[in-house]
Design a protein around this ligand. Structure first.
Ligand SMILES: C[S@@+](CC[C@H](N)C(=O)[O-])C[C@H]1O[C@@H](n2cnc3c(N)ncnc32)[C@H](O)[C@@H]1O
Length: 361
């Protein structure tokens, strides 16, 4: 019997080599069995050296030990397991649901007035290479050079501002005008600029790539916001950060680092009241991490980390890690994404491969 297996998550699919729906056998995979042809070599003087790999026979996608094909093997495992049972999206925390609204946040709508006074600045920003959407007014955006990505990114940037920034603004209420915000690894700076526009007292944001901070600086100046932007590595932050921040955003970073425990502990140390963790997550029901290997071209992109290897948390791993760092109360934010959302099946939040957790001290 054959089952149709559909993989829906684009970024994970690319990374782990699962591209299209395909047919797999619903029969359980055969048990691993070693080859019967041991080598005649020895290890040292005494130990016969077996060089036969133990693999799941009949499923070549699972074979081998090469790092470059590691993601493909993991993808093969996921497909094979899906032939037995589809992994559901688990919820083990209390959660709030945030319905997506197809409208730009007020921070982006404010760009219309900026464009009216300085259209040349909007053109200069639009000519840069961006990975994220921000509306610049006059019908222009940061992603005009990449029209295919523009609509999807427009929706996902708005969605994230609704489910992260708007929720935090609502939770802290009138106190916001007295609160400081830190945005870890801000890349484009859009989330920080949106927080500044919402009226938080001060917003600081950093990223370890100079070029990201340069572009974020252009957007910050254009939007007339006063975000303090620093070039810094998360593991080596400016000394004055140690005073802490009322709100800390740790978005899209956890799965790019190789020391996630320390990153979450650092976030805890810098948080005075509340932090938000937003990360890709795997669905396997164990608490841990899955390695992902990036090739040389992938690691050069503006959104990537320092190492060609990444540690992606499972959902349970993420929850355990945040508790371990010392956060006491966790609430998950789960968006409701209707059928009109562009390319909904590829939206990580929709398919449960990206999770957002608000963590209180
Ligand atoms: C996927 S992007 C997320 C951007 C933004 N936080 C968001 O969620 O929209 C990851 C960012 O992390 C930055 N980054 C990765 N490792 C870092 C580190 N050790 N210290 C500072 N920034 C880092 C990258 O330069 C990149 O801009």
């Amino acid at each position: 019997m054959l089952l149709l297996v559909t993989e829906t998550s684009s970024e994970l699919s690319r990374m782990f080599g699962i591209r299209k729906p395909r047919l797999v056998s619903s029969q359980p995979a055969p048990s691993p069995s070693p080859s019967s042809s041991p080598s005649s070599q020895t290890f040292g003087t005494r130990y016969p050296l077996r060089t036969d790999a133990v693999v799941w026979r009949g499923l070549p996608v699972l074979e081998g030990t090469n790092l470059v094909t590691s993601g493909r093997r993991y993808g093969g495992w996921v497909q094979t397991l899906k032939g037995v049972a589809t992994l559901p999206t688990e919820f083990i925390l209390p959660r709030i649901e945030v319905p997506y609204r197809a409208e730009l946040p007020a921070s982006m709508q404010a760009a219309e007035a900026r464009h009216a006074t300085d259209p040349a600045a909007a053109d200069a920003i639009a000519a840069e290479q961006w990975g994220y959407y921000f509306y610049l007014g006059g019908g222009k955006s940061t992603l005009d050079r990449f029209p295919k990505a523009r609509e999807i990114n427009r929706a996902s940037s708005s969605l994230r501002m609704q489910m992260i920034n708007e929720v935090i603004e609502d939770v802290v209420g009138a106190e916001k005008s007295d609160m400081s915000v830190l945005d870890f690894a801000c890349n484009w700076g859009g989330m920080a600029i949106d927080m500044a526009h919402r009226g938080f007292r001060s917003v600081t944001a950093f990223d370890f790539k100079e070029d990201n901070i340069r572009r974020a600086g252009m957007l910050n100046a254009y939007m007339g916001t006063d975000v303090q932007l620093d070039v810094a590595n998360a593991y080596d932050l400016p000394a004055h950060y140690q005073e802490g921040f009322d709100v800390v955003l740790n978005l899209g970073l956890l799965y790019h680092v190789t020391d996630p425990v320390r990153l979450v502990q650092l976030t805890h140390a810098l948080t005075r009241k509340v932090a938000v963790f937003d990360t890709l997550c795997h669905k396997e029901p164990f608490s841990g991490f899955i390695t992902a290997y990036l090739n040389e071209d992938q690691i050069k992109r503006s959104g990537m980390g320092e190492q060609q290897i990444e540690l992606h948390p499972t959902y349970r791993g993420l929850v355990d890690l945040i508790h371990f760092a010392g956060f006491r109360n966790l609430v998950e934010v789960a968006p409701i994404i209707g059928p009109k959302y562009p390319d909904r099946e590829k939206e990580h939040y929709y398919v449960g491969h990206r999770r957002t957790i608000i963590a209180f001290k």
